[in-house]
Design a protein around this ligand. Sequence first.
Ligand code: AMP
Ligand code: GLY
Length: 419
Amino acid sequence: MEIVIVGSGGREYSMGLALQNECRIDGIYFYPGNGATHKLGKNIDFKTQKDFVDFALTQRIGLVIIGPEAPLVEGLADALRENGIPTFGPSAKAARLEGSKAYMKEFAKRYDIPTAGFIQTQDYNEACAFIEELNLPIVVKADGLCAGKGVIIAQSYEEAKSAAKEMLDGKSFGDSGKTIVIEEFLDGFELSVFAMCDGKDFIILPAAQDHKRLLDNDKGPNTGGMGAYAPAPLATKEIIEEVKNTIIIPTLDGMAKDGNPFSGTLFCGIMVVKGKPYLLEFNVRFGDPECEVLMPLFEEGLFDCFLACANGNLKNIQYRIANKVCVGVVVASKDYPYKNSKKEKIKLSSERNAESHISFAGVSKEGESLVASGGRVLVCVGKGENVQEAVKEAYKCVEFVQFDGMQYRKDIAYQALGK
Ligand code: AMP
Ligand code: GLY
């Protein structure tokens, strides 16, 4: 069959790379893909959602995997499924778990899912009253999608109130901030737990850790993620079991009960406080760069898992995850995340190691050259028997990459290395 992967990042590249040798796949389309995905398949583009659905029908596409959140929130999975096209990714209604923080928090409250105490409001005075009840720091969140930027950790009451005001006035995040969530600060360590779901059943993948800040030692501004590794040794069997029982199962049950069964990737952003996991946020897709370190851990059955989630028959699927570690180092362009950078030609050394590879993201093709077109350009992924080995392979891979202004963190996986 032919499949389509929707998206253009390193996440989508890594899915294509992991699926390219699957014998049941005759071809992979990337919609729209990037300057490197055409090596794994064919890039396609459409003006409207309807044009894409028509293409999928005419081409008899056997599976569409939707990578990013925006098309999910906009209902792409619904449009495809209404036309009988097997689709990996939640409906627009189920995607509200990511698309609206207020919805997610109310849902968690209704189903007794552990999460930070909160209120959601559109009223400044109500916001201020709740802010004064909390200890510092205080977390203020815009309700809607803000490309990962809608969360303020305020260190004073004044800062919390002014963040709330700017959001409510539509100054900081437009309509996304017209409703806000104010919540208590949870102090612990963060984990990302991914479950591939078919609406009722699920499989849990190795827990990952992202590195959100731009610079070493978690300094500098927040980014989309500068590196990741999996499995994270901090995620003990007990913690994962508790995430499963107190967060994932109640969520899938609750969504089904509410008439919005969840299929696709449930990405649970967790804060572990004194050994107990709390839900910080849900995303309804794989993380980027987390996906780039999870896909290579599948030794068998990845395609079956995607397809079974789309078809609602995950229960008896066989799959195998390697007993290995993957580390991904993001290489970004010079001015990331502040502004767009000038395009730069990428030089790649041909002598690459078998235990590492590159997932391409912000790249375009100009003639025969591969060009860094800004943002997070690529992810160097190393695999090893343990974290030390995987880190070594990932950084060896970085040495094969050269373009002007390239920047990357030197300390990816430091928590796992016990530093
Ligand atoms: P979110 O998009 O809701 O995951 O928030 C982005 C980041 O803000 C998280 O990855 C955490 O680092 C931080 N954060 C969000 N909510 C809280 C909270 N209640 N307590 C502590 N940190 C938080
Ligand atoms: N790396 C975090 C995210 O994809 O949301």
